[in-house]
Structure formats: structure tokens, C-alpha cells
Design a protein around this ligand. Sequence first.
Ligand code: ZN
Ligand code: ZN
Length: 683
Amino acid sequence: MKPKPLHLRRLFRSLSLRRCRLSSPFSSQTHVTQPTKPQKPFFRSPENNESVDHFCQQKRLKDAVQSLEKQVHRPSASLYAAVLQLCIEKRALDEGKRVHSHIKGSGFAPGVFISNKILDLYCKCESISDARKLFDEMGDRDVCSWNTLISGYAKMGRVSEARKLFDEMPKRDNFSWTAMISGYVKHKSPADALELYRLMQRNSNFACNKFTISSALAASAAIQSLRLGKEIHAHITRMGLDSDAVVWSALLDVYGKCGSLNEAKYIFDRTVGNDIVSWTTMIDRYFGDGKWEEGLSLFSDFLSSGIKPNEFTFAGVLNACAHQTAEELGRQVHGLMMRIGFDPSSFAASALVHMYTKCGSVERANRVFNWLPKPDLVSYTSLINGYAQNGQPHEALKLFDSLVKSGNKLDHVTFVGVLSACTHAGLVDKGLEYFYSITEKHGLSHTSDHYACVVDLLSRSGRFKEAEDIIKKMPMKPDKFLWASLLGGCRIHGNYELAERAAEALFQIEPENAATYVTLANIYATAGKWGEVANVRKLMDEKGVVKKPGMSWINIKKKVHVFLVGDQSHLKSREIFDFLGEVSKRMKEEGYVPHTDYVLHDVEEEQKEQNLFYHSEKLAVAFGVISTPEGSSIKVFKNLRTCVDCHSAIKFISSIVERKIIIRDSSRFHCFESGKCSCGDYW
Ligand code: ZN
Ligand code: ZN
């Protein structure tokens, strides 16, 4: 199963380098402003195999530095340069500092070239205070020294310090402008970037190059200014940069981000030899815009173009599959990734875990997860959430423990999964412990999602007083998810007084949501308050609240089949209804009683239909059973919450046809097997 990692890493390295260059103009430019690298070192030690030079050639940095420190004669400038270059390549701050202090101790007066190298090392290793100290001590500075420090500050996000240097520097070159502009872009100050870009254009001493242009385009994309993008586009044409791939993909990005997909596609189609970045950008734009079909068809064009997809392409497609719950396609992409190989520590790997959990295939997600050498936070969080949603809360909590041990830094999203796992497992006190640990132990702050989760946890187990206390103390305004959780808890425990308040708050936030009215009506019905039930229904009519029709769909052989309640429009409709007729006889023999008491369980509009047996999820399940081989599992999606009757019926069906049936409704996954559901009848 394992891909060939060596060949792969090389592939990804070269691809990611290319992407690097697109966003960071420094790497390729620094060499231009620096003097050419000295050739062979002049100094040779008698025992050649032990020499510093030899170790440098072998890239054995530790040995090289050690040998340098032992050396009796003063090393030459070129030898220092070679060791420092290796330190830069390896981002080895400690060794670099040792070389620096060796230089100081040996009485060697470093020229601006050597000093710039040390400066570059400190900046690349993000040791900016060391860099600044050296810069201030340097008697002789050239434009490269200034540029290096400016890039260093910009890279750390300290753009105002970078700008101060930029304004102070005696002489600027193209690189200084570009470093500053792209620094602004990278650290989310697109307006400053564009202002500087205009200033540069007005100054005839400097010419924009493709890196400046790409940064300016990225800034326009960030503020989604189509006007600016078009202006720069005209500028590009005047400068004759039309054929540059870096510029083109930046241009593509502007049009894509500004929603001008047609213009983006126009550019894309007219670019000879689109590179991987342009392909990936264009495909992602379609997905980002909800144009699933177009994105996929471009992806398949891309596959036939002969360019190898990289982790960005894979991640984009997998995230789209997750969003569309298109597991079959996701699996094909997975297969392709295995064939051409991918880096198991890249984010394409975590996108794979995410895709499988979103599609409800926790087992597959778990298999990929276990295969990863070092799963990242995204993979952990996806799988924890997957377990929590799929009725395996204890697995979720176990995984959380190993996440804590793994040393990955946690974020607030992880705790949403952990808290909902506790809710599903009914572990109220443990859940509260996790809730308080977010701030006390992990130094994060509570988000509104955390509050919604903890209110869900408490109210589902009837601890309304505590839930209300927490709501009173929370620092932000409770959102609709929190109120909906509270309302849900009230439904379970028949607490109509509190339900009224929760519903009132929800009416304020989203007056058009039918689910609130229906839930409130149900709570009144359970309490026998029929007058209030009628009032709620009247209120709905007055406000013109329209209920969403229930709808279920299933993927069979790459085709999506959608069913509405009582739907007879499907080609196989006859077979479906025949099957349901047959199976209902068997179900009744085995003890199934239809929940005809639909006022109580009227979760959504659908159930008001006379015949419970033709609810959309039952039709989709029936179609799944008759169109797939015996023993294979069936997965159905529903836009609303599944109703009590369907839930009970599908339990029976799963044991009669001996199939695993998965229903993903609007609130969670239900995994039916041998007459039981993974949610434990708790949803
Ligand atoms: Zn139903
Ligand atoms: Zn269930």
C-alpha cells in the first residue's frame, strides 16, 4: 500500500518549491543582488578527509563546525562562507551562532558579504533580534543587507518595522520594493501593499517585475477588487509579461476570487502550457464557487493533460468531495493518490481523513489515519468529530487522549468534537471537565460553539439550571445553535417553560426557520397543551413560514438518486414500492408498530403525509437495497432530521435484509446494523 516515498518527496519538493517562488520572490532574487558565490575554497588542510571543506561538501554540518573550531590557522573568508551557506541551507541556528562567534574570536574582519550571510541565516531562522543586533553593528552595509533585514521582519509579520527600514534605507532596488509589497500581502495588509505598488509605479527609477506584479495581484485578490485586477492586467499587457506563468496564475486567482469565473477560464484557456498552480487554482475556484460539475470536469481534463497532480490539487478535490459527500469519487482520488504517490505528512493526507469522516466512513478514515506517520491536528480533529457523530464517543475520547500525548497544539475546533462525544456518550461531568479545561489547562478561550456544545450536554440530561447559569455568564451573545440545543433538550425533557424562552430567542434570530415552530408545537403537544399547539401553527401561517420539504438521496453507480415523500417519479418506482410492501409484512411479524401518533413526533412537514411508509428515506433505502449486491452497505442522505418512525423502521429493515444502513440526516450519522442504531435512539 505504501507509495515510493523517495521519488515522491522529490516530486513534492520540486512542486512546492515552485509554489514557494510564486508567493515568495526572495529566494530566487537574493542571489541576483549578492556577489557571485566564491568558487573553491583557497584553504586546504593537510588531512583532506578531515577538512572543513570536505565536511561542507558532504553536507556534514556538525563535523564541519567542529573541525572549524579545532583548526589552528585562521580560516579564509571562503571557508566561512561555505560553512555559513550550509547553516542557511539547514536552517541551523546553533551552528550558525558558533561560526559567528568563531569569526569574532579569530580576529577575522568579515566583509559585507560574510556579514550578509550571517544576517540571512538569522532572518531565515527567525532569530530577528540577533539579525537586528548584527545589522546595527555592521560598519559597512549594502542594499542587500537592508533587503535581507526587511524581508526578515516582513516574514515574521513585523511589517511596521520592515516599513521603517524601507523608509530609512539610503538606496533601494527593485527587490526592496518587492519585499515590502509582498510582506504586506502575506501579512494581510493588501491596502498598504497596493499603495506602495502605486508609489513604485510613479517612481520611474524602478521597474515592476513579475514578482511585484504577482504580489499586487494577490493584494487585489485579497480585497476582491476586480477593477484593480483589470488595471494591473492592462499593465501586464503593456509590459509584455503576458506569457509569464507566475503572473498568469496570479491573474487567474484575481479573476477567480472576484467571482469572474468566465474571465478566469478565458485566461486559463488561452495560456499555453498551464502549470500545476494554474490548474489547481482554476479547479479550486470552481469548487469554491459551488460549481461542482465544472470543477470535476476540469479536474479530469487536468488528469489527461499529463501533469502530475500535487498535494494542493488533491486536497482541493478531496475537500470538494467531503463537501458533496461524494465518497465514491473521493475513493477514486484516493486510489489515484496511491498510484502516483503522495507525501503522507502533507495536508492531502489530512484532507483524505477529512473526506472519509465527512462521508461517514469512519473505518476508512481510521485506516488512513493509522497509516499516517505523523497525523496532524486536522486529521485528529476530523476523526474525533467523525467518531463523535457516528455513535462512537468513547473512541473519540480515546483519540483525544492520544492527541494530547502526541504534542500537537490543540485548537478550539478539536474541543467541539470532544464535547459532542461526551454529549453522545451521556458523560455530562466529564464533558464539563473538558469544557473548563479549554481555558484552564489549554490556555484557549471559549468560542460560541463550545457554549452551544456544553448547553447541549447539560440540557439533554435535564440539567437546565446549570445550562442557564452558563448562558448567563457567557461573554458573547448566545447564537442560534445554542438556543436550538437548549430547545432540543427541552423537547426531550418536556420543559415547555424554558422551551418558550429558547424559541422566543430563535424567533428573533431566524424567524423563518420552520424547525423552531415545529419543535415548540411538539413540546406543547407532549405536555397536552393543545391550545398552544394551535397558536404556534397560527403563528406560522401568519408569518408565512414555509417548511422545507423532506428529501433523501443516495449515490448508486456514480449517479445521485433523489427521493421526495411518496415519490413515484423514479424509474424503478414499482420495484421500490413492491419491496417496501414485502418488507413491511416481515417487519410487522417481527414486532414493528408504525408511529402513527404523528402530532407528537411531527418533526417536520413530511410526517404529516398520510402514509408514513413512503417517507423519502425509506424510498431511498429501498432503492439502495434492490440496486446493490447482497451484503453491501447502503448510505442515504437526508436534508432534515430523520423521523421516529423511519428510525424504527430502518432498524427492522437492517436486520431483515442483513445490511448495514447509514443515514446521514441534518444532525448526525445513524448507522443501522442488526436491528440497532449507533445513535442509541438519541438524536
Ligand atoms: Zn420518516
Ligand atoms: Zn439513530
